[in-house]
Design a protein around this ligand. Structure first.
Ligand SMILES: C[S@@+](CC[C@H](N)C(=O)[O-])C[C@H]1O[C@@H](n2cnc3c(N)ncnc32)[C@H](O)[C@@H]1O
Ligand code: SF4
Length: 332
């Protein structure tokens, strides 16, 4: 096991498998920036599945227990289920994926068959007009709901991620909670974050987790649940009537850097130890240089040991203007 300068172990790995997306969510890949002319990575720049498997094994040797496949939109990566198969073969991993769900109707069964443990689907609104405006490619909400059904039918446990942006979808919080109450599918409401430099983030656009919880609690009384494990990012609340629970991810108003056990690999193989990092470490060059498994693990371990990131706890007016990588690049 390897720990960083704050004694945080390395437990979770998030792998971005593409920087491309079929959505242009206003809070993530706004069209003005990611429209025609934006340069996405070339296929040759991406880590191959074989390279990703080798890296994942090195991370597991250092203590990683949970791997999340993300992006961009991970289901746009051709044959991504082949990667799931390779990672499932490592054994003992909690293997999950975050997706916008658009391609889940056709992919869910293949992902389940390949050994995915569960899936997180992003869904910010049940109102079709609001949803279409937020994804900004006019994608209908009904298709994402079909994707969620397909995942459940394939036997995949589903969680739902909803980013809440002031004046855009805050009225959708209670309807989302109502829809998923009693289904066993937990909705996690996410505070709109200042990731990247292109979404024009302002503190005024953040709906604080406390306000989200209060809105749900007013309709369906809630009580807090103890975290299930160290590093759990969502604060959990359960319905007092036993109809399940919700989570809130309060990275702006209640930062959780102290418990952060996550490393991220971008699609081109750069290692980031914080969502708000500026600089990554080039693992692709290392893999392609013929490094042994031991050398890979040693290189990753040496990056983790000196890690001192705690951006969210230091966030202030002064940090707002600092450069940082985009969420679609580093993976959510
Ligand atoms: C970057 S996406 C990648 C995976 C996939 N495309 C999806 O949307 O689920 C991962 C997660 O990050 C969330 N996200 C993106 N931009 C965000 C922001 N500015 N603040 C908070 N969450 C954000 C998305 O809602 C999604 O749940
Ligand atoms: S949040 Fe996901 S679906 Fe939306 S633009 Fe970003 S990567 Fe695409």
């Amino acid at each position: 096991m390897v720990t960083d300068t704050f004694a945080r172990p390395l437990r979770d790995l998030r792998i971005s498998v593409t920087d491309r997306c079929n959505f242009r969510c206003v809070y993530c890949m706004p069209k003005e920036v990611f429209g025609r002319g934006y340069r996405f990575m070339d296929r040759r720049e991406l880590l191959t599945f074989e390279e990703l498997e080798r890296l994942a094994r090195a991370f597991v040797a250092l203590g990683v227990e949970k791997v999340r496949i993300t992006g961009g939109e991970p289901l746009l990566r051709r044959d991504v289920e082949r990667l799931i198969e390779r990672l499932a073969a490592i054994g003992g991993l909690d293997l999950t994926m975050t997706t916008n769900g658009a391609l889940l109707p056709q992919k869910a069964q293949a992902l389940a068959d390949a050994g995915l443990s569960r899936v997180t689907v992003s869904l910010d609104s049940l109102d079709d007009a609001v949803f279409r405006a937020m994804n900004d490619v006019d994608f209908p909400v009904a298709r994402v709901l079909e994707g969620i059904e397909a995942a459940a039918a394939a036997g995949l446990p589903v969680k739902v991620n909803a980013v809440v942006k002031r004046g855009v979808n805050e009225d959708e919080v209670v309807p989302l909670a109502r829809h998923f109450r009693g289904t066993g599918q937990v909705v996690r409401f996410i505070e709109y974050m200042d990731v990247g430099a292109t979404n024009g983030w302002r503190l005024d656009d953040v709906v604080p987790a406390a306000e989200i919880v209060a809105a749900v609690d007013a309709e369906f009384p809630l009580e807090p649940v103890e975290p299930a494990y160290r590093g759990e990012v969502a604060r959990r609340w359960r319905y007092r009537d036993g109809a399940g629970e919700i989570g809130v991810i309060a990275s702006v108003t209640q930062p959780f850097c102290g418990d952060c056990t996550r490393a991220r690999i971008s699609a081109e193989g750069r290692l980031y130890t914080c969502l708000f990092a500026v600089k990554g470490h080039d693992l692709r060059a290392l893999v392609r240089s013929g490094a042994s498994d031991e050398e890979l693990a040693a290189a990753i371990g040496s990056v983790w040991r000196v890690r001192a990131d705690r951006y969210s706890e230091l966030r202030s007016g002064r940090t707002a203007g600092l450069p940082r990588v985009e969420m679609s690049y580093i993976g959510g």
